[in-house]
Design a protein around this ligand. Structure first.
Ligand code: NAD
Length: 351
């Protein structure tokens, strides 16, 4: 066994029902006296409760998906004008992304309080959009110093969004098994992440008002993001990135549709990984386990239902072939990739 694994330094606090206390403790630990609190209007009430225990100097609620540069610039200006010395973000990946943009420009530390299962809080990856072009990068300054998870903050996330966001987290785990920098530590974390998500998501769908399933799902989503930040984008994320960009497809649904096809495509070439995923899903095979989970959750099945045109299959082949890592477990050809995209497009069973 020969590999190099970098563990990102971050405090992680699970504080069910007590995010306000835990965030106040993390802010005190930073020695911060002028907090900029970032939260979208959709979670304003949750942020009010957390902000009540903090020295808030700036409150910012302009959050836009994929962090347009002008939105990032306004938030950075607000932080500077208010002389903020720490950032607290309460929300999903878009809100965490905005805090990261401010941290990138100012070096201010972040305390992240996630309210979805996107996992951005556990990565050192930032993203900014200028016009239609999204740029991403890696920078140590954007990794939140602390993350506070409180499952009660996710209770207001609708079931459909919870399922989509959770399957996006599951895709982080699966792709971490064969990403370009995947190592044995990533695979161990990803396996446990799959187990947590497979336990948690059906419980969220069955009882959206209960916290047990949501807590398991947050736990799985955190492990998923840690594994993915280390392993990097594999075949699954490359396909979703190309399709999402070309056809403006919804992020989470695209992941949910494509995942079973990539899983079925790759696992025959990696039997040990196949067994690990099957075991984590509590199923005889990985493919059967994911199919059963998706059935339970009523996951989306076909890209054509989400706006991908049929002629897009042929157009997407070349850019995907160029983007997928060369050491993907099953070698890609124009022919087998076309068949995979067609199956995902029409919603047929993964081959
Ligand atoms: P999001 O943050 O846009 O949230 C989706 C919607 O749910 C929003 O309208 C939001 O206001 C609402 N919402 C969030 N929490 C809620 C709650 N508890 N109750 C009610 N409504 C709530 O979506 P997302 O899926 O969390 O994040 C997606 C973004 O994150 C994408 O831009 C993606 O690229 C980015 N992302 C980045 C990384 C990274 O490592 N940099 C990782 C994962 C995702």
């Amino acid at each position: 066994m020969r590999f190099t694994h970098e563990t990102l330094a971050q405090r992680v606090v699970f504080a069910p029902g007590e995010a306000h206390k835990a965030v106040a403790a993390e802010v005190a630990e930073l020695g911060a006296a002028k907090v900029m609190l970032i939260a979208a209007p959709a979670v304003a009430a949750l942020a009010d409760r957390i902000g009540a225990d903090l020295p808030v100097a700036v409150r910012h609620d302009e959050v836009v998906m994929h962090v347009p540069v002008e939105v990032a610039a306004r938030a950075t200006k607000a932080a500077t004008q208010g002389a903020a010395d720490a950032l607290v973000c309460v929300g999903g990946g878009s809100t965490t992304g905005l805090a990261k943009a401010v941290a990138l420009a100012t070096g201010l530390p972040i305390v992240a309080v996630p309210t979805t299962y996107a996992g951005s809080e556990a990565t050192n990856v930032w993203g900014l959009t200028e016009g239609e072009v999204k740029t991403t990068g890696v920078d140590a300054r954007v990794l939140p110093r602390s993350v506070v998870y409180d499952a009660t903050l996710t209770l207001s996330l609708p079931v459909e969004m919870s399922v989509a966001s959770g399957l996006n987290a599951l895709a982080h785990c699966v792709d971490s098994m064969w990403g370009p920098r995947a190592d044995p530590i990533d695979r161990a974390l990803a396996g446990e992440g799959i187990r947590g998500l497979a336990l948690g998501l059906p419980a969220v769908a069955a009882d959206p008002t209960g916290t047990a399933g949501r807590e398991q799902t947050l736990y799985g989503a955190y492990l998923a993001a840690v594994a993915f930040a280390s392993a990097g984008s594999g075949m699954h994320h490359k396909i979703c990135h190309v399709l999402g960009g070309m056809f403006n497809l919804p992020h989470a649904q695209t992941h949910a549709v494509v995942l079973p096809h990539v899983l079925a495509f790759n696992v025959p070439a990696v039997p040990e990984t196949e067994r690990r995923i099957a075991q984590a899903l509590g199923a005889p095979t990985a493919v059967a386990g994911l199919a059963a989970l998706r059935e339970t959750l009523g996951a989306p099945r076909a890209l054509r239902d989400h706006g991908m045109p049929e002629e897009g299959i042929a157009r997407a082949v070349a850019p995907i072939l160029a983007a997928v890592p060369a050491d993907n477990p099953t070698p890609l050809t124009e022919e087998n990739l076309t068949a995979l995209l067609r199956a995902a497009w029409e919603g047929s069973e993964p081959a």
